[in-house]
Design a protein around this ligand. Structure first.
Ligand code: FE2
Length: 312
């Protein structure tokens, strides 16, 4: 008798992983790309039978002192996609990132595909629309994205299924994408020796994050886990961005099996109080809440970002 909870969307995800591990359908092929300036891992993941692919959490290079963007990192993904003969169907965003600019619009222009984010992005657009005092030309209905998905929603990637799981806490809109037996968990858990994502941004909540993480931990222990970030860790000199649910349950320093919710909330809240805001939060949010598009140009043809003073 298999253990089932009454979380039907999670059960569907568990069944999907078991099917792939049991040999029904091929496991997707995942290629990670690590962007050291922002410690972000991006992925190209494809269905081996059809070569239909998705890109998860891409990065647009940004030099803040000059205000200049460039595409070297995104171009590496494009080279990989082209040299492997993949066709891009989705550009998946696990959330509106606060530490790097998304390259999704640039990748869409070069490779096609639909930009996907969680439906709760509307909340993020409302919160940050106020912080940046955006006018009515900034739509808060998610229309800058191609597809807004909700918990349990399934997308097709060739013969491989993508199940979206809503895992709020770091932000209200965070999704994990379960593609075959591979979970792209965004900013929830990091490598076992590093722990978990912060939960102190506007709309974030440590208790909600804990519950989202425990939900992910219900996936089979062999589930492959792909992280959005890595910062190394004491006693580790290499960046790493792939692990398993089993390794996280056993060894995650913040949320291994047995850690109580109250203890996690106390630890996370205390730790978050010591963290500086991410270096690129102001540019990142302004662009990522627009699905990676820049604000409209002003009358001189130049696009500008705002720097709200004494607000965050
Ligand atoms: Fe994030």
């Amino acid at each position: 008798m298999r253990m089932m909870s009454n979380d039907s969307h999670l059960n569907q995800a568990i069944e999907q992983v078991r099917a792939v591990l049991g040999g029904e359908g091929a496991a997707p092929i995942v290629k990670g790309f690590f962007h050291e300036p922002t410690f972000t891992a991006s992925y190209v993941v494809h269905d081996p039978a059809t070569k239909v692919a998705a890109i998860v959490d891409s990065v647009l290079d940004f030099d803040q002192p000059s205000g200049r963007t460039s595409t070297e990192s995104a171009d590496e993904l494009i080279d990989y996609v082209r040299s492997n003969g993949l066709s891009i169907k989705y550009l998946l965003e696990t959330h509106a990132h606060a530490d790097h600019l998304s390259a999704a619009p640039y990748l869409q222009e070069k490779l096609g595909g639909e930009i996907v984010i969680g439906r709760e992005i509307l909340t993020v657009q409302n919160v940050f629309g106020k912080i940046f005092n955006e006018g009515s030309d900034f739509a808060r209905d998610g229309s800058q994205f191609g597809l807004l998905v909700v918990d349990g929603q399934t997308l097709e990637l060739g013969e491989t299924a993508v199940i979206a799981l809503h895992v709020p806490g770091h932000t209200p809109a965070d999704l994990a994408f379960l593609i075959g037996d591979a979970a792209f968990v965004g900013d929830t858990i990091f490598m076992p020796d590093y722990g978990t994502a912060r939960a102190d941004f506007p709309g974030g909540d440590a208790r909600t994050l804990f519950r989202s993480i425990r939900r992910l931990m219900e996936l089979p222990s062999e589930t492959r886990v792909f992280l959005c970030h890595d910062y190394k860790a004491p006693a580790r000199d290499e960046f790493a961005w792939e692990t398993t649910i089993g390794a996280e349950r056993e060894g995650n320093i913040h949320v291994h099996d047995g850690v109580a919710e109250e203890d996690f909330v106390a630890m996370r809240t205390a730790r978050d109080a010591t963290l500086d805001m991410p270096r690129l939060i102001l540019p990142s949010i302004q662009i990522n809440m627009r699905a990676g598009h820049m604000p409209e140009p002003e009358s001189n043809g130049t696009r500008y970002l705002k720097l709200p003073l004494n607000t965050l």
